[in-house]
Design a protein around this ligand. Structure first.
Ligand code: FMN
Length: 307
């Protein structure tokens, strides 16, 4: 069976994954924390926590809240900053066979470009995922992903600043996701990942106050899967570049649905907070499905449910 997939076919460095299962940014830290629970190197790729130029403490507590079928988070991009990532994490990644993709976020286009330039050539960094979709920060984030023009401007600036493969991560909080995806592809993205969380909130009726410290947060988990799947399906009909599906993927069947809708790879986020082994369980489930169905290559599954 061949599970390998090339996510940046047009990029001179390429981004070849041994299989299509990746961790989603923010759910598995830097890939170094869960190694005692399963061999993280069996996965196709690791996407690390969203990284900014300076370290960030994130938003006020409480920042996590379980909802029916989902999770609300308002972490607010708490992270160690680019300098510590290069000093402390990249040297570990450089010894791994699994590619690590660094998720980057800025408040201005120049910040995105500076992050991209700084990471170019850092051993252990295989690609960038440009987060223009975080709903939990006051400036930048989802603002850039909200319309085609600003999404394209960030993508083009990152493209100019690095020779690394560039994935751009889209927000579902838009009226025409296909138009944003098309603009991002035309601006030089190698691949598109979607979706980030949907803006949501919860209220403590006894205290008569919002439950999250920053009032609203991002909804993830099984509750958003049908939304994410429909958006992947739509984007797959609009662009030629590879798509990475994300949003509520909890089982191998979920992952296969995304691949059949047109995704070349998938990311697993919230499911890992219930079952830290979820990504590897999903990978094994995909292998079982392919064996049972006599499918020799994962590429034979991509988009086969498309009408
Ligand atoms: C606690 C938490 C932190 C997250 N942090 C980031 C982040 O730093 N950058 C990013 O692009 N997405 C972040 N996300 C969004 C996930 O990567 C993913 O797009 C989203 O949760 C949907 O997938 P899921 O339902 O499998 O979790 C975060 C999600 C959660 C739950």
């Amino acid at each position: 069976m061949n599970l390998s997939i090339q996510l940046a076919p047009e990029n001179e460095r390429g981004l070849l994954l041994a299989n299509p299962v990746m961790t989603a940014s923010g759910a598995f830290g830097y890939g170094t924390e869960d190694n005692h629970l399963f061999d993280i190197q069996r996965l196709g790729a690791i996407v690390c926590k969203g990284t900014t130029l300076e370290p960030r403490d994130g938003n006020p507590q409480p920042r996590l809240m379980e909802t029916a079928g989902g999770l609300l988070n308002s972490i607010g991009l708490q992270n160690i900053g680019i300098a510590a990532l290069i000093k402390e994490k990249a040297p570990i990644w450089a010894k791994w066979r699994v590619p690590v993709i660094v998720n980057i976020a800025g408040e201005t286009i120049d910040e995105y470009a500076e992050l991209a330039e700084t990471l170019d050539g850092v051993a252990g960094v295989s690609a960038l995922e440009v987060n223009i979709s975080c709903p939990n920060i006051k400036a930048g984030g989802a603002e850039f992903g909200a319309n085609a023009e600003s999404a394209a401007r960030v993508t083009a600036a990152v493209r100019r600043a690095t020779s690394l493969p560039v994935l751009v991560k889209l927000t579902p909080s838009v009226s025409d996701i296909a138009a944003i995806a098309t603009a991002v592809a035309e601006a030089g993205a190698d691949a598109i990942s979607l979706i980030n969380t949907l803006k949501g909130m919860a209220i403590d009726i006894d205290k008569r106050k919002p439950l999250l410290g920053s009032v609203t947060g991002g909804l993830s988990g099984p509750a958003i899967k049908p939304v994410a799947l429909a958006m992947v399906y739509q984007v797959a009909g609009a662009v030629e570049i590879p798509i990475i599906g994300c949003g509520g993927i909890t089982t191998a069947d979920d992952a296969i649905e995304f691949i059949m809708a047109g995704a070349s790879a998938v990311q697993v986020g919230t499911a890992g907070m219930v079952n830290p082994r979820a990504p590897v369980d999903i990978l094994e489930g995909i292998e079982e499905f392919m064996l049972k169905e006599g499918i020799e290559s994962i590429t034979g599954l991509i988009g086969i449910a498309r009408c």
